[in-house]
Design a protein around this ligand. Structure first.
Ligand code: ADP
Ligand code: MG
Length: 319
């Protein structure tokens, strides 16, 4: 350029600057997606996924006997400094039942979920899962033992496909380490994990969305992707934090049908939910919390007519 223009100067900066502007305009996600589009590398892989069944599917956990105790929470207390978010909470969940945890905002439901799943461990008390104490274990170890959860707000990678998002839930069932995966010695295992994810998505009725990006799905389906992801770890207990929040009527119905189906297959489900109709139509038993404390427990009909609950949760009987 100096020869062309007959002047000296820092042309490198100018050229790089222009290139940067072009990239920011034309390739915001970088150059790789463009290359993929040009060479259509993705298409054959997807095709392969549909056709190739792994030689050995992933091994399954033994299911507990229907009606047997899966989770037992004994006198669990959680303090945040001076605030007692959970005060001596007790609850039991059995295989093949949906237990609902309800209560006003700030009652401590999500906190209890975090204690149970090891995300934010309890200050005091005992938690037993499948007969073993888990309150000293980390969330990863608890998940490995067969407890799987979703969060109050959807946590999916919006740019990845539904299949990839769900497969993340199966990663604890993989055995290969990062060195092996760096050398791509994990292809068979990856295929098994993806196959499992596809199977769980089909089980949840999302079979036709495997290769859609999560961001392109409506909220109701994203919630179901989260449940499929939770199922990928082959759990015995599902913890779902407000799975029906923000869903439309038909989406709620689809979700309720799915959960009822899973219950029928012997899954133990613990559910936090705000929508009373949803809870009352689905749950086998309901536990009510208020200000971090136990308020009532019983069958949905009993809870619906319990004056204490009506007062606390619905804001008084005569309102
Ligand atoms: P819920 O899910 O029933 O609406 P939460 O369990 O989220 O209620 O919260 C219960 C109480 O604990 C609230 O008063 C909340 O502000 C408090 N809390 C929750 N998490 C924390 C935290 N990490 N640190 C301090 N306080 C918290
Ligand atoms: Mg909450």
């Amino acid at each position: 350029m100096p020869k062309l223009l007959g002047a000296t100067g820092n042309f490198e900066m100018v050229v790089f600057g222009l290139l940067t502007i072009v990239v920011l305009h034309r390739a915001r996600d970088g150059l790789w997606p463009i290359l993929l589009r040009v060479f259509a590398i993705v298409a054959p892989q997807r095709q392969q996924m549909r056709e190739v069944e792994p030689a050995l599917p992933l091994p399954r956990r033994d299911a507990p006997a229907p009606g047997s105790e899966v989770l037992k929470v004994i006198d669990v207390t959680k303090r945040f400094g001076g605030l007692v978010a959970n005060n001596k909470m007790n609850l039991t969940v059995r295989a093949g039942e949906v237990m609902a945890l309800i209560g006003p905002n700030g009652a401590g439901k999500s906190t209890l979920f975090n204690c149970i799943s090891g995300v934010n461990p309890a200050t005091e008390g005992e938690i037993r899962f499948m007969g073993k104490r888990i309150d000293q274990l980390g969330s990863r170890e608890i998940a490995k033992q067969g407890m799987s959860r979703s969060f109050q707000h959807v946590r999916l990678n919006q740019d990845m496909t539904v299949l990839e998002n769900a497969a993340i839930g199966a990663h604890l069932r993989g055995r290969k380490n990062f060195v092996q995966s760096a050398w791509r010695l994990d292809r068979e295992e990856e295929r098994r994990l993806l196959w499992e994810a596809a199977h769980q998505l089909q089980r949840c009725g999302l079979g036709e969305h495997l290769f859609d990006t999560c961001g392109s799905l409506p909220l109701g389906k994203q919630r179901i992707v989260e449940i499929a992801r939770a199922l990928c770890s082959d759990p015995t207990l599902l913890l779902l934090d407000e799975p029906a929040a923000g869903l439309r009527h038909l989406e709620k119905r689809a979700l309720a049908e799915l959960l009822a189906k899973l219950r029928g297959e012997g899954m133990a489900i613990l559910l936090v939910e705000h929508d009373m109709d949803f809870v009352m139509g689905l749950a086998d038993r309901v536990l009510v919390m208020e200000f971090g404390e136990y308020l009532a427990e019983g069958l949905p009909q009993e809870i619906q007519t319990n004056p204490k609950v009506l007062e606390a949760y619905l804001g008084g009987v005569d309102e």
